[in-house]
Write a protein that binds this ligand. Structure first.
Ligand code: SF4
Length: 703
């Protein structure tokens, strides 16, 4: 029996998967990898259906070029790459390097990410490369950078299991990160004294393990954590010794919190929570040393998501609950390789290996890559990048393994921007995505089961993703296509990799190159892996090889700021960007379903996964249904200034009155009028550039 170790391609939990082929039938099956430290053999409904997704319908099997009449015509790789290289070269010569862009994805592998970033920032000389991870965790990155001086995740899954109090905020972990939830349920069974607090306007499936659920008013998260900080100070529960030795900004931060949240009555009233519940939460946090606070898109996808992350981190810094086992703030990522993208500089505001755009960092990167063309300033973040397409600043874009016409906010405007761009290149595994309709050139990419590289999960654990099936004859890895463009633009030497192992070695060497961030860690072992050792790489918390003893980040009390001290950030809590008004009286929240992944390219072809929800729905509290004459199982029309969407009404008293919920997954291939992102306003967090997806002001009416 053939057997391969790989990882699930869906969420940021990063579960290890064993793919097996039956000798007699040739059929593939999957099982959880019992030795993988992320899941120890567990899989969720999506992961366990992976074997049923190996034969994707609408597979893109050859390069295609759009003809003057709008039809796509098959071509050969040489012609397609000639056309792309010529388009990029001409655009750069005429309008400069900032007239081209690349938009990549948390779905691609770290090796793909590395060469894309190297080509754009290192050799074309523009930082106009951003990733769809901007939509999922860039506010957490910004919060980490502000507090710790680097984008460091100080908590692991083991810490979560060992904590005495787990606070889950802005996270329906049970559906969005199911195996983490399974681990928490199992931990609670082993230690019934473990306590869980869930903070979410909706009563979600995650509340099944909640000892306390706080259904706060949408957008009041920062106020809640400001209130917690004030309550901790009043109760004398701060670790002033830790603050004195390791933290800056304490006085200003506490003063700002006191201004916003002077007393618990004010916090309870503005968060829309019973005061007694709030008191219980504050008391639990105050008396429980081993506390982990896990947050996700509910906080990040906000016009003030960075502030929300820092309000939460402030409480951990002020209590000294960081850098020790079973405690700390834990941002859990949405996508399988959002973290790998962060490491190699997939975000427009970073260079590679956690370096910024300081003169020293630019010089270091230039010397490592031996290039005098390194970008000198941050590029356009996702939402602004697509505005750049619309206003004509960007005239050529390569989109890699993502579907912005479906997933970006203000989806109708994004479609108009793609239509206006003179050259849109899309590398994809299927040809029926919303974005493919706007592509001038389509390139057939390998996909899960065929790809060969590494991914990094939410606890920063790097794992090999091994190929086990042959791709369509003409499909290429994304790194191969991007290197081909690099060679055709005249940078042959810098993009001459024999395999993904060579890219990984270079990435590891770059991480260690004059990099203070790796001060206690010797990553030379990673930088010297030969192909066989790379293929056999054990899951390791990057950049720490598996055979080295674990070092808890910040266990020495030193952070990555210039003076080595963490920073508390004064937060003045803000509400949602879109105010409610009589014409838009409801708050629309968007999010994931248990059995679907993103635009349903894979999960949508598995019949049993479609039985959970088979069409776009909107969850409505019965009191709102009565108020707006919406009846269960009938179709509702929802709208605002940005667009309109249609969905079937589900009466749901788990909703907070005044709030609606629509899943994000429905694209044009499954439901032409169920696109929730048509209603999303495109307002972004000013620090991180992450858009608000959770608190749209809308109207709703029967259809
Ligand atoms: Fe694990 Fe996430 Fe895949 Fe489920 S979707 S198997 S939790 S990685």
């Amino acid at each position: 029996m053939n057997e391969f170790r790989t990882t699930c391609p869906y969420c940021g939990v990063g579960c290890g998967v064993i793919a097996r082929q039956d000798d007699a039938s040739g059929q593939w099956s999957v099982a959880g990898d019992k030795e993988h430290p992320a899941n120890y053999g567990r899989l969720c409904s999506k992961g366990s259906a992976l074997a049923e997704t190996l034969d994707l319908p609408h597979r893109l099997t050859a390069p295609k070029i759009r003809q003057p009449d709008g039809a796509l015509q098959e071509t050969d790789w040489n012609t397609a790459m000639d056309r792309i290289a010529e388009g990029f070269r001409r655009t750069i010569e005429e309008y400069g390097p900032n007239s081209v862009a690349m938009y990549v994805s948390g779905q691609i592998l770290t090796e793909d990410y590395y060469v894309a970033n190297k080509l754009m920032k290192g050799f074309i000389g523009t930082a106009n490369i951003d990733t769809n991870s901007r939509l999922c965790m860039s506010s957490a990155v910004a919060a980490h950078n502000r507090a710790f001086g680097a984008d460091t995740v100080p908590v692991s899954y083991d810490d979560l299991e060992q904590a005495d109090l787990v606070v889950l905020t802005g996270s329906n972990t049970a559906w969005a990160h199911p195996v983490v939830f399974q681990r928490l349920v199992a931990a609670k069974e082993r230690r019934p004294e473990m306590t869980f607090v869930v903070i979410d306007p909706r009563r979600t499936a995650t509340c099944d393990i909640a000892d306390l659920h706080l259904p706060l008013a949408p957008g009041t998260d920062a106020l809640l954590f400001n209130g917690l900080l004030v309550a901790l100070a009043q109760a004398g529960k701060l670790d002033m010794d830790f603050v004195h030795h390791h933290v800056d900004g304490f006085d200003e931060t506490l003063a700002a919190a006191r201004h916003d949240a002077p007393d618990i009555e004010t916090v309870a009233q503005r968060c829309g929570l019973p005061q007694a519940d709030l008191e219980r939460f504050f008391d639990l946090f105050a008396k429980t040393e081993r506390t982990v606070t896990l947050w996700s898109q509910g906080l990040n996808q906000s016009a003030s998501g960075t502030d929300k992350g820092n309000a939460l981190i402030n409480c951990h810094l002020a209590t000294g609950r960081i850098g020790k086992p079973a405690m700390g703030p834990f941002s859990i990522t949405g996508q399988p390789n959002a973290m790998g993208g962060r490491e190699v500089g997939g975000l427009a505001n970073q260079l590679a290996a956690h370096q910024g755009f300081t003169p020293a960092d630019i010089d270091r990167v230039a010397r490592f890559w031996q290039s005098d063309r390194v970008a000198r300033a941050p590029g356009l973040k996702a939402v602004d990048m697509f505005k750049g397409l619309q206003d004509g600043h960007i005239k050529a874009i390569w989109i890699v393994a993502t579907n912005p016409a479906f997933s970006l906010p203000n989806a109708n405007q994004v479609r108009a921007a793609l239509a206006a761009c003179p050259l849109v290149v899309l590398s994809e595994c299927v040809e029926n995505t919303d974005t493919a309709a706007f592509a001038d050139i389509l390139l057939p990419a390998t996909t899960w089961g065929e790809r060969d590289g590494t991914v990094t999960n939410s606890e920063r654990r790097i794992t090999r993703q091994l190929p086990f099936i042959a791709p369509p004859t003409q499909a290429r890895h994304d790194w191969q296509m991007i290197c081909e463009l690099g060679r055709r633009l005249g940078f042959a030497q810098a993009f001459d990799y024999p395999d993904s192992a060579a890219i990984f070695r270079e990435y590891a060497a770059m991480t260690g190159f004059e990099n203070a961030g790796s001060r206690d860690l010797d990553i030379s072992a990673f930088a010297q892996l030969d192909k066989a050792a790379y293929d056999a790489l054990e899951p390791s918390r990057w950049p720490q090889p598996a055979d080295r003893p674990a070092v808890e980040p910040f266990s020495d009390g030193r952070f990555f700021t210039p003076n080595g001290r963490a920073r508390m950030i004064p937060i003045h809590a803000k509400g949602p960007a879109s105010p409610l008004n009589p014409a838009h009286p409801l708050r629309l929240n968007t999010g994931r379903l248990r059995d679907q992944w993103h635009g349903m390219t894979r999960t949508g072809i598995v019949p049993r996964l479609m039985t959970h929800f088979s069409e776009p729905t909107v969850s409505v509290h019965p009191s709102d249904a009565a108020r707006f004459k919406l009846r269960g199982h009938q179709i509702a029309r929802l709208g605002n200034a940005h667009g309109i969407a249609y969905a079937r009404v589900l009466l749901d008293d788990n909703q907070r009155p005044g709030s609606l919920f629509m899943p994000l997954h429905w694209n044009h291939a499954y439901a032409r009028h169920g696109l929730v992102n048509a209603l999303v306003n495109g307002v972004v967090d000013p620090v991180s550039g992450q858009p608000e997806f959770k608190t749209m002001a809308v109207w709703a009416e029967p259809y």
